[in-house]
Design a protein around this ligand. Structure first.
Ligand SMILES: O=C(O)CCC(=O)C(=O)O
Length: 473
């Protein structure tokens, strides 16, 4: 570890002893990492997937249908661009390559170092209930949204037969032997992530976003691949100035990785982990900042063909979607649907409340915080020049007629119920629309076509709900 300056350890907290509000305030809002204990006691994965000696129960995987799943496996001994080389194989093939299971490893000097990554386990086996997402990580707009509206980009999922590729979700299982590792990176979309050790132990190194410029080369184009390789000081002249937080994550501990923190991870022993990426109102600014930065980069990259290109902007947006996983249009539609779903929650809450002080409840504050966050991003989009009227304008009437949108509303409602431990707020959102809601959108434009429309609509409706309160419906 020559030359690595460690400034401290990641804090560890008993997850049973803090509330959601404390977690949100101390870690999500302040964007600080933390290790949470005590949250995996009843997970099925912790029983089925772990042998009595606390090592991965590989025989279990071989004896179930999971063995035939196709998965992505990284060879940690190889580098391909800024990541490790990935190979596609079945879980049983992966397990048969596990060191010690066959004679193969003794015969070859150049053993691959295989690490099963990004297995969309929940998507593939929803009935199995391997674990329950801890409360702190439930306000997850990314997976909630993708469950209803899959995007065409992102981590690839091939649909057998159709050969169609869609981004299914960001819920993963990782399985790796001692010595497998993940290179230095910040997470997709600059999302938060959480990672739970079902068995094994991981060593993490974290760099705060305020220092992320230190790991780049002079052009700010390439970042350091591994902080433990012989890094060329001429190419990366600032690396030595970086100060890292360190953490040894034990079995049954969950680490919260905040937005934009670069991290490198090493499996100290054979390890199985579960992790999710997600974002919500707290880290939405990180997502937009990344999208804007990547858009500028995509534009600069093909600047020289601008004059001969019929649809230069369209090409930039296609490249953005291919590189980042979504483009401005995907993000804007996402913001519209998420904010409408939050407005529905607010309308329900205000109309079902008997008292006038419903706005002071933590639940109402939480929803309003989320709406303000979306509104602020919509304004940032407007100021960045994303004003063109998209031809995909969405009206509330159309959304209330959309069965999938109603499902999204229900998921968001259940999330708020879980977080705020309140009884069900009964609402009756059937397909065909609840006309009562519509009058609150009447004065707003019938279609939300631009970020500016969205910001005004949120302000408008929130103001009306605020004034009318429980009497509004
Ligand atoms: O566990 C690993 O190897 C990497 C996990 C990771 O980078 C993450 O959860 O963000």
């Amino acid at each position: 570890m020559v030359g690595l300056r460690i400034s401290g350890q990641v804090e560890k907290v008993n997850g049973k002893e803090i509330s959601y509000a404390e977690f949100a305030e101390k870690y999500m809002k302040k964007n600080q990492p933390v290790v949470l204990t005590g949250l995996m006691d009843d997970w099925r994965a912790c029983k089925d997937w772990v042998s009595p000696d606390a090592t991965p129960n590989l025989s279990f995987f071989l004896s179930t249908p999971f063995a035939s799943s196709r998965v992505q496996v990284a060879d940690c001994a190889t580098k391909e661009f800024s990541d490790q080389k990935r190979i596609d194989m079945s879980v049983s093939e992966f397990i048969n390559e596990w060191p010690g299971r066959t004679q193969k490893e003794c015969q070859s000097e150049l053993k691959p170092l295989l690490y099963l990554k990004d297995w969309h386990f929940v998507k593939e086996y929803p009935e199995y209930s391997a674990y329950r997402t801890p409360l702190f990580f439930c306000d997850d707009w990314l997976n909630m949204y993708l469950d209803k509206y899959p995007m065409q980009n992102g981590p690839d999922t091939h649909h057998q037969g159709t050969n169609e590729i869609t981004c299914s979700d960001y819920r993963f299982v990782y399985i790796g032997t001692k010595g497998t590792w993940t290179p230095l990176h910040a997470d997709v979309f600059r999302s938060y992530s959480w990672s739970a050790n079902v068995c094994g132990r991981k060593q993490w190194y974290f760099l705060s976003p305020s220092q992320s410029h230190l790991i780049f080369d002079r052009n700010m184009k390439n970042s350091v691949y591994s902080i433990f390789e012989d890094v060329d000081a001429k190419r990366f002249p600032f690396l030595q100035q970086a100060t890292w937080l360190e953490c040894t994550q034990e079995q049954n501990e969950i680490i919260f990785v905040p937005s934009g923190w670069y991290h490198q991870v090493h499996n100290l022993v054979d390890t199985i982990s579960i992790n999710h990426n997600w974002f919500n109102g707290y880290n939405l600014p990180y997502v937009w900042d990344l999208l804007l930065r990547d858009y500028k980069e995509a534009t600069e990259y093909i600047e020289d063909i601008k004059d001969i290109c019929d649809d230069f902007e369209g090409l930039c947006q296609r490249n953005l979607a291919a590189n980042t996983g979504m483009n401005f249009c995907d993000f804007f539609i996402f913001l519209v649907r998420i904010s409408f779903a939050n407005l529905v929650q607010l309308l329900n809450l205000s109309s079902s409340s008997e008292s006038t002080n419903w706005k002071s409840s933590y639940r109402a504050q939480n929803i309003m915080f989320n709406l303000e966050s979306v509104r602020d991003i919509a304004l940032k989009m407007k100021f960045a020049g994303v004003e063109a009227n998209y031809d995909f304008g969405i009206g509330f009437r159309t959304l209330l007629d959309d069965f999938i949108f109603l499902e999204l509303c229900k998921s968001l409602g259940s999330t708020y119920e879980m977080i705020h431990e309140q009884g069900k707020v009964s609402y009756n959102l059937e397909q065909g629309g609840d006309v009562k809601f519509l009058k609150f959108f009447e004065s707003a434009s019938s279609q939300t076509c631009s970020p500016e429309d969205l910001a005004s609509l949120i302000d408008d409706v929130c103001a009306k709900i605020s004034v009318a309160g429980p009497a509004l419906l």
